[in-house]
Design a protein around this ligand. Structure first.
Ligand SMILES: [Fe+2]
Length: 293
């Protein structure tokens, strides 16, 4: 649970740093599971520092990561923010290469599909060595609508050279943190990284808000099915491509996980006639939700 001060910080600025959330022993477990996953991934394609590696940590090989969403330190916060119907959809680990462009609305093409991401790193990160940079308050739709007009932030700039060259020109707050800390952020906030080198080891656990308004339902009915698919990850040949399938099968019989899977299925079954809304995409993949004509 967040303290009232932490919750206020999160609501206002769109992120909060949770210091010393993990014990030193948990950090060792995270390291061991991460290294195991990285090693198996490199058997498929050696990590050579030119391409990010991405692992789904949702199977029996990584029991600590797999059950992290079911840890009350994570789902307790998500439920505190969004109510009991919030649902987890990923527990991932990454070996990032280079900088990360400014981006926002993670996992959603508009700000009606929102939730919380808990990110934690295996190495300490500082402003110029890969810390997440946030534009405080950019999770708020009115502010975001202004920001997307500014180079290099909006999706219209994603494929431009400025998107890479100007990462460090944008006013921001760098969230410096160490291996025991967790940075929680609203999926809608503008974020980037700078100076992270060629093997920045990061992990995350994420939750979506259960859709309530017609706009949210119309947005999420498109997103939820993507997390029920069992297709390969895609970018990198992966030792754990079948892992989401195992997670969805829930052979361990976790009641919490089942509740989330059921929620994703429910949301996937929402029809457009129920919402009365439609998604209209612009040339850059940004969608707006409007009433059906
Ligand atoms: Fe992101």
């Amino acid at each position: 649970m967040l303290t009232p001060e932490q919750k206020n910080h999160f609501d206002t600025f769109g992120f909060v740093i949770l210091r010393d959330l993990f014990s030193p022993n948990e950090v060792k477990t995270i390291r061991a599971e991460f290294d195991g996953a990285a090693e198996r991934a490199s058997e498929f394609e050696p990590f050579d520092g030119t391409k990010m590696h991405y692992f789904r940590m949702m199977g029996p090989e990584t029991p600590f990561y797999t059950t992290l969403p079911e840890d009350p330190r994570f789902y307790g916060v998500a439920e505190q923010l969004y109510g009991e119907k919030t649902f987890a959809f990923e527990s991932n680990a990454y070996r990032y290469v280079g900088n990360t462009k400014w981006h926002y609305n993670d996992g959603s093409s508009n700000y009606h599909g929102y939730g919380i991401k808990f990110q934690f790193g295996l190495q300490p990160v500082t402003t110029n060595t890969g810390a997440l940079r946030f534009i405080p308050g950019s999770h708020k739709p009115a502010f975001q609508d202004r920001l997307v007009q500014v180079s290099p932030l909006g999706r219209r700039y994603y494929d431009t050279q400025q998107a890479w060259d100007d990462i460090d020109k944008v006013p921001c707050y760098p969230a410096e943190y160490g291996p025991r800390d967790v940075v929680a952020f609203d999926l809608r906030i503008f974020h980037a990284t700078w100076g992270g080198g060629i093997d920045r080891q990061m992990s995350c656990v994420s939750f979506f808000h259960y859709p309530e308004t017609p706009e949210e339902k119309e947005t999420m009915r498109h997103i939820a099915p993507t997390y029920l698919k069992v297709n390969p990850v895609g970018k990198v040949p992966n030792w754990n491509d079948g892992i989401r399938e195992q997670w969805i099968a829930n052979v361990e019989g976790s009641a919490k996980r089942q509740q989330w899977i059921d929620s994703m299925k429910e949301v996937s079954l929402i029809t457009q006639s129920e919402t009365g809304m439609q998604l209209i995409a612009d040339d850059y993949g940004m969608t707006k939700v409007t009433l059906v004509d």
